[in-house]
Every structure is written in structure tokens, then in C-alpha cells.
Design a protein around this ligand. Sequence first.
Ligand code: CTP
Length: 227
Amino acid sequence: MKPLSFLITAGPTREYLDPVRFLSNPSTGKMGYALAEVVAKLGYEVLLISGPAAIPKPHNVQVIDIISAQQMCDAVLEYLSSYSVLIMAAAVCDYYAPTIAKEKIKKSDNSLTIEFSRTKDILSEVAKTGYSGLKVGFAAESHDLEENALDKLRRKKLNMIVANDITAQGAGFGSDTNIVTIYSDKNDVVKFPIMPKYDVAGHIVDFILKYIGRDRHYAEKTVTKDK
Ligand code: CTP
């Protein structure tokens, strides 16, 4: 494991039903890509594992493209041991169709029932490996933000969780801005006002560096976004 290095996941996953249809969510990957870019600019090694995202790849970042939750899980478990910090910013689908139709499903006049199975929870799989690095999760919530975020922090055995209210104006999927609160397992609670996702990424990285005792202030660094 390199002294300080980052494995970051981003974007949605896609769970195909047939060759042309899939279950997914509106994640664009912006938050995870911004995190990867900030970390790379600070000079740390970073590997980005990305679901299908329609935005340009971050500069100077090695990227592994995946499609499904299972592929993301396999990639995380394969590379995890080489990185000292895992940031799970991806919006991983919780369900998949175990049988993918080989041919396009033709419509009929009847309703269609599809049975979904649970995908693996990647953070729980990581916990099972005994990974000793720092684990950061995200919680996208529409209600009871603090309660749900703290529950995920404990349940997924995380060191910190970045929570956002997806119903708030200027926060969540697709937006260029975000409004987040970071909770840690050391009882830190830091609320941030609305700001561009790139700046949110800077503050998250800053928080991580302070947490591990590297007091490197994002605001004091010349980390500016290339236009
Ligand atoms: N996550 C994961 N594996 C999954 C689903 C989510 O590792 N199969 C990670 C996400 O990347 C995120 C955190 O878990 O960092 C929280 O994800 P979320 O989907 O909000 O949490 P759930 O536990 O699935 O809770 P719920 O859907 O009930 O809100």
C-alpha cells in the first residue's frame, strides 16, 4: 500500500435488462471526478473507477471504466490493497436483474414484471476484507439526513460520510453545486454552504488530510480549476 493514495469510485452503475434497457440513476459522476482531479493536483496517486458518465475524464488520472455494480465491486476489491484511502462516491444500483434477456424484450399488451436481486454492497464487501485504509462513503438522502447518514457511517464501518439532501435546490444528482455535511467516526460534524462540486471536493480532501493528521488546508493551496 502506498503511503497516501486514493481509490475513488464515481458515477452511476447500469444494470441491464436486455441489450438496450437498463436500471440506473441520474448520477453524472461530477462529484467523484472532481475528487479525483483535486487529489491528482495535490500530487497524490489516484485510481478512478467510473460507471458510465458523460463528462470528460479528469486530467492526469488513471481511470477504469465499468458498467455494472458487480464490475465495480470486482474492480474495487482487485485494486483496494494498493491504496490507503477509499472514497465511494459512486451511486451504485442496489438491485440488478439476474437474467439479462439476450434479445430485446418485445412489448405486449400485458403488464411486465421483472424480478430484481440485490447487488452486493461494495463497502460491506470491503469491510469483510479487513482493509485497514481510510473509508469514506456518501449518503444521498431525501429525509432525516443526519439520522440516515450516521446510520450508514456505523453500518458500513466508515471513517467518514459525506451527506447531502438530494431534495435541496443546488444539491445532488446532476447539479454543478452541492450542499454537504461531513460526519466522522470521531464525532466531527462539519456543515458546508452551497458551493461548486469542485470546491466541495477540495473541502472533502482537506477534511481527509486533517483526519489523518496531514494538516493541509485546501483553501491555502493553489488548487484552481482549469477552465
Ligand atoms: N454503496 C456501496 N454498494 C452498494 C450501494 C451503495 O458501496 N451496492 C455505497 C455508496 O457508494 C455510498 C454509500 O454506500 O458511498 C451509501 O449509499 P446509499 O445507496 O445511499 O446507501 P444504502 O445503504 O444503499 O441506503 P439506501 O439506499 O437505503 O438509502
